[in-house]
Write a protein that binds this ligand. Structure first.
Ligand code: ATP
Length: 390
């Protein structure tokens, strides 16, 4: 059996142990990768570089091709087109276990008849590591994911959170250069998911490893990842850091997918120096700052995040250092939704549309500042508006 073979040292754990990136080169380069099932193009020409030490998230709605892309990185699917380079080397021909890459599956894929210890040791035994080295490594992994005392249990004697840790320990045991995680927290409840997010981030930093996580949960991607690739229908729609994705989405679709947003269709537009004056049916005329990327001739939307919309009884209040608001929308409070940290007010505008304003509940004894049917002014600055292609 594999246990009887001479042990391998840590550096030789992974078959392509020489795949470390050359300085300035990405650890992983995905070049024009495509995958078609029958006539359906699940992944459609994706190109992406991932640097060593990054925590990268692939985010997108169900069926957009995230898992298929991840499975191609792991070697469980072969691309029909394009190349995947790890440390500058094409890994297309390498089998999954020959790649210095490991994948943690959504359902954890633990062996039900094996103990925690044996589940973690499985890949090490198969790689031919010496028995004593396996014992040391398993103990290290058990401590890393805080499973001490549970080594002899079988998966069905563990909680969901504990099973997740076993799967993580098993995926990390061979010290891969790249760890792929497919919806690793989907089976956990909200509280456990949040604490596990923090633990995963801490672990990734401590190990200095490169993580690529797949998720359809935008909050999860924004919390954990330093960069996010948003996928839509097999293509990468935008690759950016969390702040840029939220504050400067490249399209209306991305603005809606990542967070809450007020959207108004543009019906006319005029340039006024470094501003655009945009006529909308639902919110009247809006003055917006010139977008960073020039907008084409096609249909446009104006998008404003709810927390950028201010409310007052009389009108805009000037804030120190900020331009006095130019966009002023009169309306009446139609609905109030108390969410703990914030309250969302839905304002029915005199122009016909609805605008949502999210207000922080910054003092404990605050009461709702406005009541239903009260007249208010909703206001925001030109810089708070995003002009997006529809
Ligand atoms: N082996 C396969 N044969 C046929 N179609 C497939 C196969 N694997 C995936 N697909 C299809 O390819 C598309 C992308 O699937 P994929 O699992 O990559 O999506 P996803 O973004 O990970 O979705 P989810 O978040 O629901 O897991 C889906 O429409 C799916 O039905």
């Amino acid at each position: 059996m594999a246990e009887e073979l001479p042990g391998t040292d840590v550096a030789a754990d992974t078959a392509a142990g020489d795949a470390f990136p050359v300085a300035g080169q990405p650890l992983l380069r995905i070049e024009g990768v495509a995958k078609t099932f029958g006539t359906f193009r699940a992944v459609d020409g994706v190109s992406l570089d991932i640097k060593a030490g990054e925590f990268f998230a692939l985010l997108g709605p169900s069926g957009c091709g995230k898992t298929t892309l991840l499975r191609m990185l792991a070697g469980f699917e072969a691309p029909d087109e394009g190349r995947i380079l790890l440390g500058g080397k094409d890994i297309a021909q390498a089998l999954p276990h020959e790649r210095p890459i490991n994948m943690m599956f959504q359902n954890y894929a633990l062996f039900p008849h094996l103990s925690v210890r044996d589940n973690i040791a499985f890949g090490l035994k198969r790689a031919g590591m010496a028995r004593a080295d396996i014992a040391t490594r398993v103990a290290e992994m058990v401590a890393l994911v805080k499973l001490e005392g549970l080594e002899k249990r079988k998966p069905d004697q563990l909680s969901g959170g504990q099973r997740q840790r076993v799967a993580l320990a098993r995926a990390l045991a061979r010290r891969p250069q790249l760890l792929l995680l497919d919806e690793p927290l989907a089976a956990l409840d909200k509280k456990l998911r949040e604490s596990t997010q923090g633990e995963l981030m801490e672990l990734q930093r401590r190990l200095g490893m490169t993580f690529v996580i797949v998720t359809h949960d935008q909050e999860e991607a924004m919390t954990m990842a330093s960069r996010i690739g948003v996928m839509k229908a097999g293509k990468l729609a935008q690759v950016a850091g969390p702040r840029e994705l939220y504050e400067a989405p490249r399209s209306r679709w991305i603005a809606e997918f990542v967070g809450d947003v007020n959207l108004f269709d543009a019906e006319s537009r005029l340039r006024d120096g470094h501003r655009l004056v945009i006529g909308t049916r639902d919110a009247g005329t809006l003055v917006v700052a010139e977008p960073r990327e020039p907008v084409g001739a096609g249909k446009l939307s104006v998008a404003i995040r709810p927390e950028k919309v201010k409310l007052s009884r009389r009108g805009p209040v000037s804030e120190a250092g900020r331009e006095t608001a130019i966009n002023r929308l009169d309306g009446v409070i139609a609905d109030i939704c108390y969410l703990g940290g914030t309250t969302t007010y839905k304002v029915k505008l005199d122009t016909g549309g609805i605008v949502q304003a999210s207000v922080a509940n910054s003092a404990r004894l605050d009461v709702d500042a406005y009541s239903v049917n009260q007249n208010v002014v909703a206001w925001f600055t030109p810089d708070d508006c995003m002009v997006l292609p529809s």
